[in-house]
Design a protein around this ligand. Structure first.
Ligand SMILES: Cc1ncc(COP(=O)(O)O)c(C=O)c1O
Length: 325
């Protein structure tokens, strides 16, 4: 196993990102997270010389634990329940605009993509070939881009076959901007999406972890290009399907999985039903998060307490920085 103690694939991107920041001489890092990324980065930063500022929307606060005592370089900024992941991203961007503070960079961060791409490398090494299909639940879709880039490297290497993995990316309805754009053969996501409507839809999701209002979809080398180049598919998974697929997986594999991972499982079930995958195809299903219940049996989990709570988007960044080191 990968020994991922914060229980999500976000840990695969956290260590290389922190290492890259250190190599580049950056000492203060800011990021926004719906919870899992926050945990992964906090865990990877424990005891390091990087000051890390983590902005988490209201719905992510309960997910802020790590399997050890947090150290003083981890600064957690919580937002009120009325704010979503995108509000957290915007606040983090404003903090990153301050001198000496670096943004973690999202999909543009090569350390992040290469870290996540290791799932594809491991899958190919284990199977002895590039998988025919790669399944993953997405919000931003960065993991999809990472899998695509890794499969192109394997293709160039030549030892694992010549065919790229076909991407099968899954979003949770009703808030599924990448699914909507892809269904309409569109490279652009409709920027006109009413913010109020988006928030309502996000509230109805089985897992708001998959809500990202500004995913790197249209940018060159982004999700759209990855899907086109790999003859990919996007799935819109409703809540009841996601729930039943969580049970299906947990019963079959005897380990708990996170809600987003269940959305990925549901995409595989749908692909089988639609005949998009065949019985003897090589399939890589990225279970992006799981094992929290199992982890609790072996570890005492420590809550990270917020140093600051934000209940208005009009907050002055200088005020935030005055309170935090
Ligand atoms: C467990 C899990 N699966 C999938 C995702 C989706 O990742 P992304 O938003 O980068 O596409 C996340 C995001 O935090 C996650 O925590």
């Amino acid at each position: 196993g990968a020994n991922i103690l914060t229980c999500s694939f976000k840990e695969l991107e956290a260590y290389p990102t922190i290492q890259r920041m250190q190599e580049l001489g950056h000492r203060k890092l800011v990021l926004a997270s719906a919870g899992n990324t926050a945990r992964a980065f906090a865990h990877a930063a424990v005891g390091s010389d990087i000051e890390i500022y983590i902005v988490v929307p209201g719905s992510g606060i309960d997910r802020m634990w790590i399997p050890e005592k947090p150290t003083g370089n981890i600064h957690f900024i919580s937002m009120a329940k009325t704010f979503d992941y995108t509000d957290a991203i915007r606040l983090a961007e404003r903090i990153a605009g301050q001198p000496g503070i670096t943004s973690e960079g999202g999909a543009r961060n090569v350390a992040r993509r290469d870290g996540m791409g290791t799932v594809m490398l491991d899958g190919a090494v284990t199977m002895g070939r590039i998988p025919d299909h790669y399944f993953q639940a997405i919000g931003s879709g960065t993991g999809g881009i990472a899998a695509w880039e890794a499969s192109m490297r394997l293709q160039a290497d030549g030892r694992f076959g010549k065919q790229l993995s076909s991407l099968h990316l899954a979003q949770n309805l009703p808030f599924a901007p990448i699914f909507d754009a892809w269904q309409h053969d569109c490279r652009e996501i409709d920027e006109e999406v009413d913010v109020h409507n988006a928030k309502q839809q996000i509230n109805q999701m089985y897992t708001d972890i998959l809500s990202n209002r500004k995913p790197p979809y249209s940018v060159p080398g982004g999700v759209y290009d990855a899907l086109m180049s790999s003859s990919g598919h996007v799935y819109g998974i409703d809540n009841s399907r996601a729930r039943s697929c969580k049970n299906l997986f947990e019963e079959a594999e005897d380990i708990d999985i996170m809600a987003p991972a269940a959305v990925g499982v549901a995409a595989l079930v749908e692909a089988v039903e639609l005949g998009r995958v065949k019985a003897d195809d090589h399939i890589l299903l990225n279970i992006t998060g799981g094992g929290v219940e199992r982890l609790k049996e072996d570890f005492d989990l420590c809550k990270i307490q917020p140093e600051l709570h934000i209940d208005s988007l009009d907050v002055e960044i200088k005020e935030i920085l005055e309170i935090l080191p």
